[in-house]
Write a protein that binds this ligand. Structure first.
Ligand code: MG
Length: 373
């Protein structure tokens, strides 16, 4: 598939904050993707929770495997629609860089701690990581990524924050859309987590096939597998069902989005930006997807065993936050230095950057006398 007129074209990028000599072998979006993969924040994703805390089992998704699955789906959809695969992949790999340890429980706890200091939002934090917090390049802070990747990372944003964010904030003030590559990544994220959470949920035993047989998207695809293969091992039945669910969602998304794009027939990426979201599911699939999502919320994300882990996570984050707010001198040097500018934000940045196991260890080091520094 060739690149369409309305895709992002690397030679027409709105550019980087700091002008650089570009690579002779890689386009700007490839280069951004490579910088993301080489970042410290990317490596930390391996030890951050998706739903299950990292030490609960080796087979569950982590933020890293989730991000790779999102990138894989995003590339496939981008290729089908004639969009720029490298841009789509870069956005997908960076979309969760700002996540705290312990998944949503961690983010909610940190947001609560930051209530009087401007709050905490993982999506905004992902942008902060690539714009500011990675600090390994000699001539700039952050990764100095192109506008298009940064635009794609910032999925949502309040009007107040948008005013402070400059170029990437403007579209929220003008109520415009991001590139199609960014729109695709949002949906790929959702397709990835709904389906891998079904898989992980079943593996953990927190949800059952019995419960899922009431959910239309699951039931229809499981019926097809049973029809084709008869009685098969449960492990194969689950995988065959989940891969069909992903396929149904991806095919519908591609068809619906293609129709919307053909109808508008945008000549450039800027016409895409001025139009409402063009990427989306058909109503029938959107309804089935929502049913699955609501099922997961009730039966998996709010399962009492997940709630217990979330409660512990919340306590760890709250106690780390108050200890560092009372005494920033307990933080490693570089974070103490940042705290001189804005203490609460420096503490939030330090905590948000922690992996699950680092946060657990740091908590022990601060609160247990048996533990060394
Ligand atoms: Mg995600």
């Amino acid at each position: 598939m060739t690149l369409t007129r309305f895709a992002a074209h690397p030679e027409q990028t709105r550019g980087r904050k700091v002008v650089e000599q570009e690579s002779p072998t890689r386009n700007v979006f490839q280069r951004d993707r490579d910088r993301i993969i080489h970042s410290t924040a990317f490596r930390r994703l391996e030890y951050k929770t998706q739903v299950f805390v990292n030490h609960e089992g080796d087979l569950f998704r982590t933020r890293l495997t989730h991000s790779i699955e999102v990138a894989q789906l995003t590339r496939g959809i981008a290729r089908t629609l004639g969009l720029h695969e490298d841009l789509a992949e870069a956005i997908a790999l960076a979309h969760d860089l700002g996540h705290t340890p312990f998944g949503h429980a961690g983010q909610d706890a940190l947001n609560e701690c930051m209530r009087d200091f401007g709050g905490f939002e993982h999506n905004l934090q992902s942008l902060r990581v690539v714009d500011l917090l990675e600090n390994r390049y000699a001539s700039f802070d952050g990764l100095n990524l192109t506008f298009e990747v940064r635009e794609g990372i910032l999925k949502h944003c309040s009007q107040k924050n948008a005013k402070q964010l400059g170029d990437v904030g403007e579209r929220f003030l003008r109520k415009e859309s991001p590139s199609l590559e960014a729109q695709v990544t949002n949906f790929a994220d959702e397709i990835a987590y709904n389906n891998h959470d079904v898989d992980d949920g079943l593996r953990s035993g927190l949800i059952t096939m019995q419960q899922l047989s009431d959910i239309q998207l699951f039931a229809e695809n499981m019926a097809e597998v049973k029809h084709l293969y008869g009685e098969i091992e449960e492990k194969r039945l689950i995988h065959e069902t989940v891969r069909r669910m992903i396929n149904v969602l991806v095919v519908d998304l591609c068809e619906q989005s293609q129709q919307a794009i053909t109808k508008l027939n945008p000549a450039t990426i800027d016409q895409v930006r001025k139009a409402p979201y063009l990427v989306g599911f058909s109503q029938a699939i959107a309804d089935k997807n929502l049913e699955l999502k609501q099922f997961l919320r009730t039966h998996l994300y709010q399962h009492y065993k997940v709630n217990r882990m979330s409660a512990k996570a919340r306590r760890i984050i709250e106690e780390l936050f108050s200890a560092f707010m009372q005494s920033p001198k307990l933080m490693p040097d570089e974070h103490q230095l940042a705290a001189k500018q804005d203490q609460a934000r420096a503490v939030a940045d330090y905590i948000a950057g922690m992996t699950d196991r680092y946060a657990i260890r740091e908590h022990k080091r601060l609160f247990s006398v048996e533990e060394n520094w």
